[in-house]
Design a protein around this ligand. Structure first.
Ligand code: ADP
Ligand code: ZN
Length: 614
């Protein structure tokens, strides 16, 4: 880049800022930086270290991709997952950026080729696995080359407090003294203070600029449903979706993943299972099919994780309760990276809390047990919240200035609450009369005054609490009992057939010394969500929709011929803009966010041709 006469060697901050903006527009096709991006980029361009905390989908990658293009030399990006590197490199190449990856998936010839390009200064970015990066001769090679910067993606992997600790990652900090002139940038979506401090210390970041982006993802609608008949709930959720939409269903166990995937397949959905117990090549096949829209729904454990950079994931369903808000937020964050509307549905059931507690209790490290149970409680509080979900989430991440969002189930369909003391006392007396030895279903049968063989055999129809609760249906009582569990007035003993037992708070409730607010149970199935949401696609007129579909098939054709996922050609948001504005010239195309010069040169002609027919 040319230098001004006043400053013959280094470009001024204003100049580099201008360069960064030019790259943003010409390469990436965006007019504006997102909050935080420009500050980090400017800091990196001036040679400083940074730590960037932004939610999944928040736009972290640009924070190193732009400096990589503006600063001289190659930017090294450390990334924990091979699939993630492949995907990112593919997307960068589609933008005309000279990027490659260097990891164990390359055969020796290909690896050598990449190293040759690196040495000849032909790469803007090189993605490497931590294992490769830390090889002594690789470090020595890098020291002899101009390195623009070192970016450490998924930096929480350095921390034992993070939820993805990787020992190799924690050794990256040892590199810091070897590269005194190279700015280091750590990026993560995990924001708690312990992890944050750990990253700075372990990576030996030098007086880093810490940029905490806004954690809100306004296009994601959060919904929590009480888990009753989970598969039916999932099915009715899917039935309200556009049949082209892709999404992820997270389950806690491999067994459940297999079951749910098989059930969906039986019903004719394009669904595939994904978990760590499946062979590696099978997993990467599922991943590829998903990226290329050939599999619509992936049912997965959290193993289907960091590598999911697919921008058009339209929904994420949690079939089981996540262990903590960090995990939940990261997983739901995989929806709607393209900024178009997306859904996050959580099925929340009392038994899941028990299972999670049980697993926590197995941990022998007391400190970790304490942290994990704190995090689980926060997750439960989120699921039970009677106020805006987004506010609860942002609050958890320390961002407290919000207003109710208008785009979560609580805002859209506020729960009707009632004074639940009397109902709660009925439940607790019943549990007491039953000697704290029976589970939820049975307690409900007694409350409702049912007669069956088991009740007769145990002579429980003679209990004073038998039949005192006819005012609510069985489903409503179950909901009430679960709410009492969530509020800590009862526990289920998971090691003992999940029988209901008292807690230290139960006595006060029976004596009427506390008040209890309960939500009136909503109807069990998807109907509770109200009508299906109108998406950006729904806003299109019939003609525009037709244009969109035509552009979509053109995109698929091009993508297939280039052997890449469709979104790497153009995202849905771009096609929607084209369908709305029917661009006629190159200039019209460049005005659409997401179309830069390279994409224009590559695909502009074909799309304009196609649009001309309308
Ligand atoms: P993260 O790495 O934080 O999960 P990404 O870097 O993948 O997020 O960005 C998410 C999406 O946001 C991508 O589709 C990206 O193109 C888009 N994006 C990033 N920065 C901008 C911007 N300044 N303007 C418009 N879109 C952007
Ligand atoms: Zn809300």
């Amino acid at each position: 880049m040319s230098a001004t006469p006043e400053q013959p060697f280094a470009p001024s901050p204003d100049e580099t800022r201008l360069q960064a903006r030019t790259v943003l527009k010409s390469v990436f096709g965006f007019d504006e930086f997102r909050p935080g991006q420009e500050a980090v980029i400017t800091h990196m361009l001036a040679g400083g270290d940074s730590l960037v905390l932004m939610p999944t989908g928040g736009g972290k990658s640009l924070c190193y991709q732009i400096p990589a293009l503006v600063r001289p030399g190659t930017a090294i990006v450390v990334s924990p997952l091979i699939s993630l590197m492949q995907d990112q490199v593919g997307a960068l190449k589609a933008l005309g950026i000279r990027a490659e990856f260097y990891n164990s998936s390359l055969d020796p010839m290909a690896a050598e080729q990449v190293l040759r390009q690196l040495h000849q200064g032909e790469l803007d970015l090189l993605y490497v696995s931590p294992e490769r990066l830390l090889m002594p001769n690789f470090i020595a090679q890098l020291q002899s080359l101009p390195i623009a910067m070192l970016a450490i993606d998924e930096a929480h992997c350095v921390s034992q407090w993070g939820h993805d600790f990787r020992p190799e990652y924690s050794r990256i900090g040892a590199l810091r003294p070897h590269f005194p002139q190279v700015p280091f940038l750590a990026l993560t979506a995990t924001a708690d203070q312990a992890t944050r401090d750990d990253i700075v210390t372990r990576l030996q970041l030098q007086q880093p600029r810490i940029e905490i982006g806004c954690f809100d993802r306004p296009n994601i609608r959060y919904t929590v449903q009480e888990k009753r008949t989970p598969f039916k709930q999932l099915q009715s959720f899917l039935d309200t979706r556009d049949p082209d939409d892709s999404g992820i269903v997270y389950c806690l166990s491999r067994k459940r993943v297999e079951e749910v995937a098989a059930q969906l397949q039986d019903l004719g959905y394009q669904a595939k299972a994904y978990h760590a117990g499946l062979p590696g090549d099978h997993r990467s096949q599922v991943h590829q099919n998903f990226l290329r829209d050939e599999v619509r729904i992936v049912v997965a454990t959290v193993a289907f994780g960091m590598g999911i950079d697919k921008p058009n994931v339209r929904f994420v369903v949690h079939y089981d309760l996540p262990k903590n808000i960090e995990g939940y937020y990261q997983e739901t964050g995989r929806a709607g990276r393209d900024g178009l509307s997306a859904e996050a549905l959580l099925l929340f059931g009392g038994r899941d809390i028990n299972t999670a507690r049980y697993f926590i209790e197995q941990n022998t490290n007391e400190e970790q047990r304490r942290i994990e149970s704190f995090k689980l409680s926060a997750m439960v509080e989120f699921a039970q919240a009677l106020s805006c979900r987004r506010m609860v989430l942002l609050n958890y991440f320390g961002q407290r200035d919000g207003q109710p969002c208008g785009n979560c189930d609580v805002c859209l369909n506020p729960p009707r609450v009632f004074d639940g003391l009397e109902a709660a006392q009925k439940v607790l007396s019943c549990v007491y009369r039953l000697g704290q030895g029976y589970g939820v279903r049975y307690v409900v049968e007694i409350l409702r005054g049912q007669e069956n063989e088991r009740i007769r055999n145990l002579n429980h129809q003679t209990l004073s609490t038998w039949g005192i609760g006819k005012e609510f249906s069985a489903a409503e009582w179950e909901s009430i009992i679960h709410q009492l569990i969530h509020q800590g007035f009862l526990v289920q003993d998971i090691r003992n057939y999940s029988v209901l037992q008292f807690t230290e708070k139960s006595g006060q409730l029976l004596k009427g010394q506390v008040s209890v607010e309960l939500a009136l149970p909503k109807k069990a199935t998807g109907k509770a969500r109200g009508q299906a949401r109108r998406t950006e696609k729904d806003e299109l007129s019939t003609l525009q929709r037709e244009v969109f579909e035509t552009l979509r098939s053109l995109r698929k054709e091009i993508a297939d011929s280039e052997d890449r996922p469709a979104y790497q050609v153009f995202g849905d948001a771009v096609l929607i803009e084209m369908a709305k504005h029917l661009p006629k010239t190159d200039g019209d195309l460049l005005a659409i966010p997401g179309i830069g010069e390279r994409k224009l040169a590559q695909y502009g002609f074909e799309f304009l041709q196609c649009l001309r027919t309308f």
